[in-house]
Design a protein around this ligand. Sequence first.
Ligand code: FES
Length: 113
Amino acid sequence: MTKEDTTVPKVFYTQPDGTERVVEAEVGDSVMQTAVRNGVPGILGQCGGSLSCATCHVFLDERHADDFAPVGEDEDDMLDVAATDREDNSRLSCRLVLAAGQEVRVTIPETQL
Ligand code: FES
């Protein structure tokens, strides 16, 4: 039996001006929930994670591209209407659910509204 990983996940949030903040997260929380709970500016999460606002748009560091399920159809539609133009690494951070031991780096776009 392998030992369960109990390391808390960490999210590295980079603001558009390059400043970075690291936040320890709860397993099972999303990158959006972690930002909102910890007062990280720039991630609004207005719909609470129900895929109907796109105010949780982030650019996911390419190192983590395979760490999450790919963009689904609903997420893809919402990214098309995000306030800041989407890029190849755009994700909705409410879809990025954290596992034990995970370290995730995201950059926050200029605007969410
Ligand atoms: S919080 Fe609304 S789409 Fe992610």
